[in-house]
Design a protein around this ligand. Structure first.
Ligand code: BYC
Length: 472
């Protein structure tokens, strides 16, 4: 696992010994930089940002911190170390040696998974590109940009697989990853949530909590793949993902801490009256990003999911963790999936387990989201505030799956009209209020905007008044 940090593309995949692949990736690199300058973080390309850069795949000491101008960031290709004698851990090929090359018959399905995963990475950078101008502190600005450069590194991870394993098709797909654009009607990003605007920091923190967590679960499932290069690349991506999730959850927690403080100052517990983000508004953002993120699991009854599992391409969460699952073939098991019947009555239908794997993954994801909500609600409870944030029912506001054709309220009851759903999602007036509240960037080291509490976590052991960004 030699890490080559000095070549044009830092890597541990032996690019120096594969001139054809190296040249192909080096030819893509300027197009990537052009994309980054045009659609990456706005107005900050020449500033120096205190960023971590992946430099190794060792658990201890995998990253290095220092000031970097983002277009000069060392985006590298890193695969987690190989596991000796690894076998396909599930599906019809269970126990066969893991594949180092793409099996011909799985090529189309695998390419689709890699492209879908790859597409989300530049999409999120595009979605977040304007947030810098309203950053609540240099600390938060730096975290945003850290997340952005790492999502771009994840794009490199998928592009490497396309170039190394999918020939001409792969090269074309790599180009297309820079052509599609989040929210642009005639060339949108592949998955729904990655075309929604992230126009406020509250959107960003909710996106990092809920949508990045879908990323964690999807990457973990792909990290089980029988196609070993995909498994290894996803395993290393998961190292970076943990930070993104914490940026989201802690961001919302700091908003709550500030809101609670402002509520306590007001006889009617009115945080907005004091320039804070009120709890019903926050709940509407939770409703929006949670339901959008559930759609990223696909349909709970899915032949695609069954084929991907049978073929050994996409496993379950922690499929190969010893003792976690007894059955890795799933030929006989069934799972009950909730669906409405044509008259809108709820029923549970047993489907073959392989077809229900999106639902199983989604359920595990929901359980983890519940824990974030519980930690947020602790902030409210310890301030003696009665309001509690809640995850909406998985039936609410769905565009994918059996609940997409009908309307359901956050409490899971049927809704009569679309208007009732819209009232539970961010309102135009919420966005206008937040736009005014968040206006302007806080540029002084150590200062934090008035709608969010200062962070308690440190970055690389630096104090809060550290100059995380040196503006050009
Ligand atoms: N939007 O059988 P179905 C991340 C399509 S996030 C639009 O129900 P399947 C990140 C589907 O493509 C993780 N279309 O579902 C986070 C299919 O179309 P075709 C990203 C959708 O295929 C933050 C049809 O509906 N990684 O990393 O089992 C920042 C029927 O599909 C959607 C992955 O997603 C949707 N939401 O599952 C940065 C992993 N959902 O083929 C990054 C790779 C479904 O009929 N992807 N469709 O034309 C997959 O494993 C699967 O493609 C999905 C869908 C889980 C997404």
């Amino acid at each position: 696992m030699n890490v080559d940090l000095d070549s044009r593309i830092p890597n541990n995949v032996g690019l120096a010994d594969d001139p054809k692949l190296r040249r192909a990736l080096e030819a893509w690199q300027p197009k990537f930089i052009e994309w980054w300058r045009a659609r990456g973080p706005e107005g900050l390309q020449e500033s120096e940002i205190y960023l971590r850069t992946a430099v190794s795949v060792d658990r201890a000491g995998w990253a290095h911190y220092g000031y970097v101008r983002m277009p000069e960031y060392r985006w590298g290709i890193f695969l987690a170390p190989p596991e000796p004698d690894r076998v396909v851990p599930f599906g019809d090929s269970l126990g066969e040696p893991a594949w180092q090359q793409v099996p011909g018959e799985l090529r189309a399905a695998l390419r689709r998974l890699v492209v879908t995963q790859g597409d989300t990475e530049p999409a999120s950078v595009e979605q977040q590109r304007a947030l810098g101008a309203r950053a609540p502190s240099l600390y938060d600005l730096r975290n945003l940009l850290q997340v952005n450069v790492e999502e771009a590194r994840h794009l490199w991870a998928m592009v490497y697989l396309l170039f190394a394993h999918f020939g001409r098709d792969g090269r074309e797909e790599a180009e297309a990853l820079l052509e599609r654009e989040s929210g642009v009607a005639d060339r949108p990003r592949v998955l729904g949530a990655f075309n929604r605007p992230i126009s406020t920091w509250l959107d960003f923190f909710c996106f990092a909590t809920f949508t990045d967590r879908d990323g964690k679960y999807q990457l973990a499932s792909l990290a089980e793949s029988g196609f070993d290069p995909l498994a290894r690349t996803c395993r290393f991506m998961l190292t970076e993902e943990a930070h993104h999730l914490s940026v989201g959850e802690l961001g919302v927690r700091r908003i709550l801490a500030r809101t609670v403080e402002l509520m306590q100052r007001d006889p009617n517990e009115d945080a907005r009256a004091h320039g804070g983000i009120d709890l019903p508004l926050l709940q509407r953002f939770v409703n929006h990003w949670f339901s959008e993120s559930l759609d990223l699991f696909g349909s709970p009854d899915s032949s695609n999911a069954a084929s991907a599992f049978g073929a050994g391409l996409k496993g379950r969460f922690q499929e190969s963790r010893p003792g976690h699952y007894a059955d890795h073939r799933l030929l006989d098991a069934v799972h009950a999936v909730e669906k409405p019947d044509p008259r809108g009555r709820l029923q549970r239908e047993e489907v073959p387990m392989r077809r229900a794997l999106n639902a199983v993954l989604q359920d595990a994801y929901v359980r983890e989201c519940e824990k974030s909500l519980a930690r947020w609600n602790d902030v409210l409870a310890s301030a003696d505030i009665a309001f509690r944030l809640a995850l909406p029912s998985p039936r609410f506001n769905r565009k994918i799956g059996p609940f997409a054709a009908s309307q359901w309220l956050p409490d899971g009851a049927p809704a009569r009209e679309r208007r009732e759903i819209e009232a539970q999602l961010p309102l135009a007036s919420d966005l206008a209020w937040l736009a005014a509240l968040e206006a302007g960037m806080v540029r002084e080291p150590g200062r934090v905007a008035s709608w969010i509490a200062p962070p308690s976590q440190r970055i690389d052991d630096r104090p809060l008044d550290f100059e995380y960004v040196r503006f050009a």
